[in-house]
Ligand binder design. Structure first.
Ligand SMILES: Cc1ncc(COP(=O)(O)O)c(C=O)c1O
Length: 396
């Protein structure tokens, strides 16, 4: 079936945080302006309809009319195993798979279960802000190993600094984000092996957030870190249908732990969580029948990225941006304008009325940057970029 991702589906009035969450977004300080004309592109949540087999599976669940406590059936695990074998050549035994109602939740559980207050945890800023919160809110210590952008804006790992941080005797965990949000890096096998070797040498556990792993560009290969290294028994991996299939509201994260002891400790702190019947039927549907949709989606996102990069080169040449290797996130450097972060924010959020995320949320490394999520109908993305470009015409 051919999907029409250009179609604009009105999400207002559906309890969407993007489209109905204005008051909350103002309250948490993301923006001062939010009204009927706001184009919200701040969060990793697609405005695109999901695969047809998923809609059919959910209809079937609704039509049953009873939504009681639900088990994880064999087909659920088989669907996960099938997907990761087929898409990433990764064999996952059934007993390695646990469930979490969300990745951020899983991250907090991992921090609580597997480290102690005061322990150091390495992250690579600029990075998805809940990594920092999971560390600080639980009384652990951030050990930042900043990713370094070269003159072309291509981010690389500073391994010397990484090893110095890993060597610190308080350091117990490394939270990897791959593909990396917001820089879009998809780390190579060599990089992953090197990280895993350093962690093994210094007895540092790895928590790998790989929830963007299905969403990489056509010329890229995503490699799960647990597959890239022989130190898989020291790794906890999170993957999800959330980002891949636009079902964040169904709350379903796969937690993969091959080490039985680690798994037991993790699951004890996690406690028992049964899924909803919608989660189970959704996961089985998308992992078994979602490829056709995903292939079309990837082409669509690649096309929007190419359009955006070309538009910026023509209309806002001072914005430095690359097509990311993975994710549907673009990370844009506004520093060449010589404007303060507040002035950049004012022009985009208040004047253009487009809601993005200020780079400073991802760490001080992102002060002059803006993050935009582009998995929306292309006409909407085009309007957002045009509005922003108009507000920067005087400093072009
Ligand atoms: C790297 C990363 N991890 C986790 C999440 C959130 O996942 P969840 O909704 O499953 O908590 C996001 C959402 O944008 C993300 O980008």
């Amino acid at each position: 079936m051919k999907y029409n991702f250009d179609e604009i589906v009105n999400r207002r009035g559906t309890y969407s945080i993007k489209w109905d969450g204005g008051e909350l977004l103002k309250e948490i300080g993301l923006t001062d302006r939010y009204d009927e004309e706001t184009i919200p592109l701040f969060t990793a949540d697609m405005d695109l309809p999901v695969p047809q087999p998923l809609i059919e599976a959910l209809h079937k669940t609704v039509d049953h009319r009873i939504f009681g406590y639900t088990i994880f059936p064999k087909e659920y695990f088989e669907a996960i195993q099938h997907w990761f074998k087929k898409r990433h050549d990764w064999d996952i035994p059934q007993e390695d798979i646990s469930f979490s109602p969300g990745t951020v939740h899983a991250l907090n559980v991992a921090v609580k279960a597997l480290t102690n207050p005061g322990d150091g945890i390495i992250i690579q800023r600029p990075v998805y802000p809940p990594f920092t919160s999971a560390i600080e809110a639980n009384g652990r210590k951030v050990m930042n190993n900043p990713l370094k952008a070269n003159s072309e804006g291509y981010y690389q790992i500073d391994f010397e600094d990484f090893e110095a941080k890993a060597k610190d005797e308080t350091t117990k965990m490394f939270i990897l984000c791959n593909p990396h949000n917001p820089t879009g890096r998809v780390f190579t096998k060599e990089e992953l092996k090197k990280l895993a070797n350093i962690c093994a040498k210094h007895d540092v556990l790895i928590v790998a957030d790989e929830i963007h792993g299905d969403l990489v560009r056509r010329n890229q290969t995503f490699i799960p870190i647990a597959k890239a290294t022989e130190h898989g028994e020291r790794i906890i991996t999170f993957t999800a249908i959330n980002k891949t299939f636009n079902v964040a509201g169904l709350h379903c994260t796969n937690v993969i732990i091959s080490n039985p002891e680690l798994r037991k400790t993790y699951n004890t702190v996690m406690g028992m969580h049964l899924p909803s019947p919608f989660t189970v039927s959704a996961l089985i549907a998308v992992y078994n029948e979602g490829d056709e949709w995903l292939e079309q989606l990837k082409d669509y996102i690649d096309g929007t990225m190419e359009w955006a990069v070309q538009f910026l080169a023509e209309k806002m040449p001072k914005v430095k941006v690359r097509i990311p290797e993975g994710t549907y996130i673009m990370w844009m450097d506004f520093s060449e304008y010589g404007l303060s972060p507040e002035e950049i924010h004012d022009r985009i959020y208040n004047k253009a009325n487009v809601l993005l995320e200020d780079g400073k949320m991802f760490g001080e490394e992102g002060l002059q940057w803006q993050r935009i999520c582009i998995p929306s109908p292309r006409p909407l993305i085009q309007e957002a970029f045009e509005r922003i470009a108009r507000e920067f015409e005087d400093v072009r």
